[in-house]
Design a protein around this ligand. Sequence first.
Ligand code: NAP
Length: 417
Amino acid sequence: MSRKNLTIGLFGFGCVGYGLYEVLHKTPGLQTTIKKICVKNPEKQRPISAGNFTFDKNAILSDPEINVVVELIDDADAAFEIVSEAMKKGKAIVSANKKMIAEHFQELLELQQEFGVPLLYEAACCASIPIIRNLEEYYDTDLLQSFEGIVNGSTNYILSKTFAEGLSYRSALEQAQENGYVETDPTLDIQGTDAKYKLLLLLVHAFGQIVKPEQIFNFGIDRISDLDLKFAKENGYKIKMVAQAFKNEDQTVSCFVLPKFVKPGDKLFGVDDVFNGLITQNNFSDTQFFVGKGAGAFPTASAVLSDLSALTYDYKYEYKKLNQNKRLPLNNEFKMEVFISSKEASTTIISTFFERVLGAYRGEEESYIRGVIKFQQLQKLLHHRPCVSIILFEVVPELESFSKQHRNAQPYFLPVS
Ligand SMILES: NC(=O)c1ccc[n+]([C@@H]2O[C@H](COP(=O)([O-])OP(=O)(O)OC[C@H]3O[C@@H](n4cnc5c(N)ncnc54)[C@H](OP(=O)(O)O)[C@@H]3O)[C@@H](O)[C@H]2O)c1
């Protein structure tokens, strides 16, 4: 099969855009030319000659020679305008913009179908890990039961530095920003919103489920307290922010983004710094574990490069799971074992939300409570107590299947210090 030549119009020349420029120059086998680069700020110094740049999106969108638009900008609204106009003009798209894709998934799907153009976005989810194409091509819906992983490199970097080097949250964030790992708006990373966008993309390709971002619960790392860190360190745990989705027996799917205690021996325990890791649970093949860099110029550009390479062979997502089975509805009726800390000296009110309390600590200015809670109750609790910190131990789908040891355990209460 002969490969197509690609004439690229590139939007964005920041961390990933410049990374892609470099990576393409080091990959001569791929017959691609960047014809024009559109950026925003005319005052900015550029590492390559000014003749490569334009500030007018139409210089790319109206150029009939350009058959591929690579969109690597940090503005999701502008990106959606650019991408939808380019698709209407029959141009193939590669994008790393999870916010844009997650917020407009249905419209972008319809544009792909109406104009017969591919939109590829491997870099938008776990950067260098080729997870979208694996979910799309390898797993049939019946084979895949669940996935769980660290899908945000910058928060993993921050948490790793906090645990390994004892860095303060603020300095770890600054280091992550210096390395180009953090979104222009860092709250997207820290509050788990970026992870939620990625979870949304994974749900489409894993289970054929299209949801809106507001349907997915996300809780980030910004409330992690000293008490949480102390508890983790004393028990030999690390805290990781995970995105998780699993199929239930009634053919529904449950999902969320939450910080989680991981124990030595857990696959995610060793996934540190800017790495991402994703565990899939499958019928017959048991678990599989994907790991790779989840942010940064070259790792992200490598996924964009792979999409460009796929385009030279006319590859497009067929969204097999969307067509394979009826849509699996979202289900919020599950239970989880969680650790909730707060600046309140008493755990009395918070404990009323729990189905079973397994332990608690009450200090003079802070407290924690550990136990089993219904997911819907957890959301109600957050409504009443928006400042608590929540860390997951594990999902407990059926109380009956919860370990006997836990069922018989008497709650322990540490004395007021
Ligand atoms: N950084 C990562 O590790 C990473 C990983 C995975 C995915 N991503 C995604 O990749 C995309 C780019 O991220 P980045 O880190 O490379 O961002 P960045 O370093 O902040 O660069 C953003 C670029 O977009 C340009 N830009 C902004 N608005 C524009 C507009 N309306 N028209 C044309 N150009 C515009 C900026 O122009 P100026 O140069 O003129 O300011 C800049 O060159 C984002 O969607 C991000 O979520 C990033």
